[in-house]
Design a protein around this ligand. Structure first.
Ligand SMILES: *Cc1c(COP(=O)(O)O)cnc(C)c1O
Length: 368
């Protein structure tokens, strides 16, 4: 007789679940430490915008009602911001849900999905969960090798995932290279351009990717409120695509996939330009602070366009990760991304960054 596990579909039997950053509470429980700094999940170190908190407080009395299942107000606000129609927008419970919806809408076990080595862990997850086959292209200096990815496209390929900037490497593709890639893809391959860190890219380096949607009906762009907008705990992300793709995603999503607090919070966050500006400024300063410290320690890092940076410790990173935990610092090991000597550090406040730098210096001195 089959065990319960053997009853699961093939892809799920072999699936290794996503490893999130260690929660602060968990480390507190384990070590009894009080001052813990978490720089492990690319969260916004400013905490939520005060406008968001106010909007949530004002909507608490409506909690007994179902949320607006169509997210009318938020979609309108996003449509206005991005100069697209509301019908092109799909809201997700985090942009992670959008990635899952795409897989459900487009993949069967006989399909293939192309993405890069060292790219976001959710791509293999959603691919495998529906029994499709991942076709992973070797990276080029930790970034996407678009030519290699194109070479792996065949008539079974249904999806291509690209994270730009990429997590956990922070690498960025140029607008020109990216558009060329999208243009070269067969129209039967849906290109998911994951722009979770878009807001952190300097203006001069940014692609106006939304403009490309007019020309490429097989393109979809995902964005999130979890990173620069500081709402990771509420789970709101979205995609902008052709109306046709949005209609398909809408069929496979749950009717109330965004809760009511998340909807009002995201709308308020969109409205708070000062918060976003402050976020970017803090991130730019923090990036300098961390990378200067790495230089001082003779460590190299992957130049990053996001709100995190992966540093090469020139030794297996796991013992260093554990030693940092003991000092109350949570960062992110990336061995599961085939980067065993790197740690990914999210940019924190100046004080948090300094706490990490001091801990790292101490740990490296001890391990010498
Ligand atoms: C963080 C992240 C996301 C989105 O996360 P959500 O919280 O689900 O919106 C998507 N893609 C990448 C590459 C990320 O790093």
């Amino acid at each position: 007789m089959k065990t319960i596990s053997e009853l699961a579909v093939q892809g799920v039997q072999k699936l290794i679940p996503y490893t999130p950053g260690k929660p602060i509470d968990e480390l507190e429980r384990e070590l009894g430490l009080a001052n813990i700094v978490k720089l492990a999940s690319n969260e916004n170190p400013l905490g939520p915008s005060s406008k968001v908190i106010e909007a949530i407080q004002n909507s608490l009395t409506e909690l007994s009602r179902y949320p607006d299942g169509n997210g009318f107000a938020l979609k309108q606000a996003l449509a206005k911001k991005h100069q697209v129609s509301s019908a092109q927008i799909t809201l997700g419970n985090g942009s992670n849900e959008i990635l899952e919806l795409v897989a459900h809408a487009f993949l069967t076990p006989s399909d293939e999905v192309v993405f890069s080595q060292h790219s976001f862990a959710v791509y293999p997850l959603v691919t495998q969960a529906v029994g499709a086959t991942a076709s992973i292209a070797a990276a080029l200096e930790y970034g996407h090798d678009l030519d290699a990815m194109l070479t792996q496209v065949n008539n079974k390929t249904r999806l291509a995932f690209i994270a730009n900037p990429n997590n956990p490497t922070g690498t960025l593709l140029s607008a020109t290279a990216l558009e060329e890639f999208i243009g070269a893809l067969p129209e039967t391959v849906i290109c998911v351009l994951d722009e979770a860190y878009y807001e952190f890219i300097a203006d001069k380096d940014r692609a106006n990717s939304i403009d490309w949607l007019k020309q490429y009906p097989n393109l979809m762009i995902t964005r999130t409120f979890s990173k620069a907008y500081g709402l990771a705990g509420l789970r709101v992300g979205y995609s902008i695509s052709s109306v046709e793709i949005a209609d398909l995603l809408n069929r496979v999503r749950q009717p109330f996939n965004n809760n009511s607090l998340a909807l009002v919070a995201a709308e308020a966050a969109l409205d708070d330009a000062d918060y976003l500006k402050q976020t970017i400024a803090l991130n730019n300063q923090g990036m300098k602070q961390l990378t200067s410290a790495f230089s001082e320690l003779d460590l190299s890092w992957i130049p990053s366009f996001g709100n995190f940076v992966s540093v090469d410790l020139q030794q297996t990173a796991m013992p260093i990760y554990h030693a940092l935990l003991k000092k109350g610092v949570i960062v992110r090991p990336v061995a599961n991304y085939e980067m065993p000597n790197h740690l990914r550090i999210s940019i924190g406040t100046e004080a948090e960054n300094q706490f990490f730098i001091d801990a790292l210096k101490a740990v490296l001195a001890e391990s010498d």
